[in-house]
Write a protein of this length. Structure first.
Lengths: 183, 271
């Protein structure tokens, strides 16, 4: 429970901090920190915990990013909850591997899922805006892929920091690893 | 224990998410304003640290440099004061003459200074957050023009008690009625998707095909629509091309939207 609250706080702080990180020069992609924490939670926590994390993370994300201009809602508040929960469930499938100590699972899946989030945002905007134009140039692909690449590079730092926090509060995120070692 | 909790937790999750997804736009805006209220103290603190750090880096100057800068600023200040006095006189005279000619006196708007506490945090939207909100006199429903002394910046969207989100003119969703200096051409300015960089291009659409605008022509707000006051500089025409049905010009914003620090919100007429 303490670790769950810590993850929520970490998600909130990551959301604040990513506001002060400018887009990457040349490729223009954003550094998205909050999804990395959220996806760590999806691997470390059981399904109910992951769902609560997806709910809180999604609502925080949408509350800050969804655009409402003159009553026109492009993307409904709450869509990120569904997306985070779906991606979280997908990551949950890799949980047994993660529990056996495979930290690179978080690293790779964070990258893929972060890019999925950015791509989904873009597709929703494309479908909602008139006229519907599928504009997929190099710059747009870089923004989608770049966010994922940054997530891959940063996730080991988050993984070890959050794992250390879990250790401090006595939460074992990778119990199968310990079993293997004790054998 | 955990497995027994899965089905109830999924059910609760579906109900709670469904409830959020079907909120009305008004309630969505309230949720956004509420969260903006929670996060804005953190953004303000972060922004203050960020500014202190940048000031520290930029402020490392020698005494000679500071003296030179001070001299330059004193001269510039005197020049500006003199220009300001002259312009005030001209403004009064202009309004009087307009009145005499039966034109409506041009509104001189009341401006509220604001500081940017967070910028451009999303991938696809061009937005900033300012440190002014309902408590400072902004309208809760938003739609108030934001500008600098150089030109138009955007308009407010979600407004909380002490902060507000501003959608920039470089965003595709921000549309501004505009006119081109020295012509009768009018059109709609809107940003381009995934535009970025210090000078993102914005498009001026729905011009006549015969417009043939010259590069460098100034584009101003026309005032149509009621959100943006008329006569505010938007930018300069970069190029013009004819499309099948209309003319389209690419406009370079007058304001560098990536280095913005201080802006003004138009909060009403200055009467």
């Amino acid at each position: 429970m303490i670790f769950f609250v810590l993850l929520l706080v970490a998600m909130f702080l990551a959301l604040v901090v990513q506001h002060f990180i400018p887009p990457l020069p040349v490729i223009g992609s954003r550094v998205l920190l909050m999804p990395i924490v959220m996806f760590y939670g999806a691997l470390a926590l059981p399904t109910p915990g992951m769902l609560v994390l997806a709910f809180c993370g999604g609502i925080m994300w949408d509350a800050l990013h969804v655009q409402i201009i003159k009553g026109n809602v492009e993307i409904a508040l709450g869509w990120s909850i569904v997306l985070y929960a779906t991606l979280g469930a997908l990551m949950g499938g890799f949980r047994p591997l993660f529990q056996r100590g495979r930290w690179e699972i978080h690293c790779l899946l964070s990258g893929v899922c972060t890019s999925m989030i950015v791509l989904s945002e873009y597709l929703m905007i494309t479908f909602r805006r008139e006229p519907v134009v599928f504009l997929f140039n190099k710059e747009i692909w870089w923004r989608i892929g770049g966010a994922g690449l940054v997530a891959v590079l940063l996730s080991p730092f988050f993984f070890f920091t959050l794992n250390y926090l879990a250790f401090l509060v006595g939460f074992d995120t990778q119990p199968a690893r310990n079993i293997k070692r004790s054998r | 224990m955990s497995r027994r909790l899965v089905i109830p937790s999924v059910l609760i999750f579906i109900v709670a998410t469904g409830f959020i997804l079907f909120l009305s736009p008004h309630n969505m805006r309230r949720v956004q304003a509420g969260f903006l209220g929670i996060i804005s103290p953190f953004l303000k603190t972060g922004s203050a640290f960020d500014k202190k750090y940048r000031d520290f880096r930029e402020g490392l100057k020698t005494l000679e440099q500071l003296e030179e800068e001070n001299k330059r600023l004193v001269v510039s200040n005197k020049e500006m004061s003199a220009t300001n006095q002259t312009l005030r006189g001209l403004e009064t005279e202009n309004n009087r003459l307009r009145n005499a000619l039966g034109y409506r006196e041009r509104a001189v708007f009341k401006l509220l200074p604001a500081r940017i506490i967070s910028r451009d945090a999303s991938t696809w939207y061009n937005e900033v957050i300012i440190d002014r909100g309902v408590a400072d006199g902004l309208k809760e429903e938003g739609d108030q023009a934001v500008l600098t002394e150089e030109g138009l910046v955007g308009k407010t969207t979600v407004v909380s008690d002490h902060s507000a989100t501003v959608v920039l003119i470089s965003d595709e969703a921000c549309r501004v009625a505009a006119s081109v200096e020295g012509t009768r051409e009018q059109g709609i300015v809107k940003g381009e998707r995934a535009s970025s960089g210090s000078t993102p291009s914005i498009g001026l659409n729905f011009l006549s095909k015969q417009a043939n605008l010259k590069n460098g022509a100034n584009v101003y707000t026309s005032g149509a629509g009621g959100v943006f006051p008329s006569g505010v500089l938007i930018g300069q025409v970069k190029d013009f091309k004819m499309r099948e049905l209309d003319g389209h010009a690419t406009v370079v914003p007058a304001v560098d939207l990536t280095t913005l620090e201080d802006v003004f919100v138009v909060v009403g007429d200055n009467k």
